[in-house]
Design a protein around this ligand. Structure first.
Ligand SMILES: [Zn+2]
Ligand SMILES: [Zn+2]
Length: 117
């Protein structure tokens, strides 16, 4: 017996619309929510899905965070229509991403650890 079997992650965008000021880059952006599930296909027909994960992404800078599965489910079912923008990590441009040392906008290299900025 020969089966055509394949496993691949399937990305599905959920219906979710929210505009807010981005916590990461400070610009106006839209939050999009999508879920990724591992899908097993038999003869190109998806038969089984597991390990579904939910993600939220800011349209402005592409910052993506994983959502709590409960929250993701709530969005999928339409129970949750608002996400706190602070779930996106705050990116402070005035510190070095490598060592946290204070840097100036005109610096090309971190004066502390020498990392290229
Ligand atoms: Zn942003
Ligand atoms: Zn540094």
């Amino acid at each position: 017996m020969f089966f055509m079997m394949s496993i691949f992650p399937k990305e599905e965008q959920l219906y979710f619309e929210q505009y807010c000021v981005c916590n990461s880059c400070g610009r106006e952006g839209e939050i999009t929510v999508f879920k990724v599930s591992q899908t097993l296909s038999l003869f190109f027909i998806p038969v089984w899905r597991w390990s579904t994960r939910y993600y939220a992404r800011m349209s402005c800078c592409g910052t993506t965070v994983e959502l709590d599965p409960e929250v993701g489910k709530g969005i999928e079912e339409g129970d949750i229509t608002y996400l706190d923008p602070s779930i996106f990590p705050y990116r402070n441009d005035s510190v070095c991403p490598a060592c946290g040392h204070e840097i100036k906008p005109e610096d090309n290299y971190c004066p502390h650890c020498g990392r290229r900025l």
